[in-house]
Design a protein around this ligand. Structure first.
Ligand code: FAD
Ligand code: NAP
Length: 339
């Protein structure tokens, strides 16, 4: 029998470490728990939030509804072929544990996504990405429960409408489904992606010139540990803003004004700018207002130095957006989910 808890403090459930109280709270440990929750009718007429590891969320006040924490576990090989495998993972698995499991088998695909916090189930929601790889590159399908009907629905890759840190689950289906399992297609003959950020230098530095998936994963972990704040020590939700994508013409105008500005041409001829660089140019890197701050090593990450409120963080985010808009004419869109 599924238990609904009341008045639960959410501070341990979000990596920003923000205090907020959920009026109700349910733990989902299986697909059947999710179906029971919907069929019981307790969600009817209530605000609800499906929560994984809380590493991409900012609470700006108490949550006057029901938080549904997905905790189901299990990773299994479901198909093996000559050159690829299909692996299904329960949504409540820790993402990095899944990556480590696949890396240990020598299967390629997820190694560049090592050490991203959070759960497997949240991965497809924002099509997590790092070091030139996105979840969609290895995605096969997912299974979800419709939070209105309690029915199971399956989504293939095309049906997820994956985009840059984006999917149908962040837009049309926002809050309408609970993902309970995700299947990945991984390669038995990995094609490693090393040409992004500091991976190559890190491997060269350690004298590795023909890396394995495990060595790439280790390199990614080392780079991330050296640059990013550990939420266990300093509250944060990773990049607070998405990197803005602008037209080639707008990028050219900005480049004439700011010749040192990094630009990343996209396959559709638009240009991705580095939001962290734009924020830094506005003098905001390391900036702090009470306990809300901009990380001194990575300006894209907003941090809670201890007792910041969600309101404090969102006010700081607004200030950054205004400064970047004033100086560069570029609107920064938030990547973190605000509740
Ligand atoms: P939560 O924060 O719990 O939820 C995020 C969103 O997904 C919410 O809208 C929630 O409702 C929804 N959701 C969660 N679980 C489910 C489910 N089972 N079914 C349906 N909806 C669900 N992100 C990257 O893309 N790349 C990075 O490199 C990266 N690095 C990070 C580094 C740090 C230090 C931190 C703190 C964050 C980083 N992130 C990164 C952001 C974050 O880790 C990812 O977005 C992650 O996928 C969030 O997982 P979560 O389980 O914590 O999701
Ligand atoms: P970085 O390597 O210092 O790069 C800064 C920015 O430039 C990144 O945002 C990245 O865009 C972009 N970039 C760098 N090399 C690129 C290339 N060859 N082609 C296209 N774009 C390039 O970034 P970092 O902060 O240390 O992060 C490393 C990786 O981890 C990045 O992919 C980043 O997205 C990911 N990360 C994400 C989060 C999050 O919460 N979303 C948090 C930490 C790290 P992209 O961001 O588009 O890759």
């Amino acid at each position: 029998m599924l238990k609904i808890l009341e008045n639960i403090q959410l501070k341990p459930y979000n990596t920003f470490g923000i205090s907020a109280v959920a009026r109700e709270f349910a733990e989902i440990r299986s697909k059947d728990d999710a179906i029971e929750l919907v069929k019981s009718g307790v969600l009817k007429g209530k605000l609800h939030l499906v929560l994984g590891g809380g590493s991409n969320i900012l609470f700006t006040g108490n949550f006057d509804g029901i938080v549904i924490n997905v905790l189901n576990k299990g990773i299994q090989l479901i198909e093996e072929h000559d050159d690829y495998v299909l692996v299904e993972a329960a949504a409540g698995e820790v993402w990095h544990d899944l990556v480590m499991w696949t890396v240990a088998q020598g299967w390629g695909g997820l190694e560049n996504l090592s050490l991203i916090p959070g759960s497997v189930g949240a991965g497809p929601v924002q099509n997590i990405g790092a070091y030139g790889v996105e979840l969609k590159d290895c995605f096969h399908s997912l299974k979800a429960i419709d939070l209105e009907t309690g029915k199971e629905i399956q989504f293939n890759k095309a049906e997820c409408s994956f985009g840059y840190r984006d999917s149908i689950f962040k837009r049309e289906l926002k809050g309408r489904i609970l993902i309970h399992a995700v299947t990945f297609r991984l390669s038995k003959r990995p094609q490693l992606k090393l040409g992004y950020g500091a991976i190559k230098q890190e491997l060269e530095f350690t004298g590795i010139n023909k890396p394995t998936v495990a060595e790439v994963s280790d390199a990614v972990c080392r780079i991330r540990r050296s640059k990013l704040p550990d939420p266990a020590i300093t509250g944060n939700a990773g990049s607070f803003f998405k990197n803005p994508v602008v037209s080639a013409t707008s990028a050219k105008i900005l480049q004439n004004q700011y010749p040192g500005m990094p630009v990343y041409p996209q396959p559709d001829e638009t240009i991705k700018l580095a939001a962290g660089w734009l924020i830094e140019q506005c003098g905001m890197k390391g900036y702090r207002e009470d306990d809300a701050g901009v990380h001194p090593k990575q300006a894209l990450v907003l941090v809670n130095y201890g007792n910041a409120s969600g309101f404090g963080i969102i006010s700081l985010a607004g200030k950054i957006q205004n400064k970047v808009l004033e100086r560069f004419g570029v609107k920064l869109e938030m990547e973190v989910n605000i509740f």
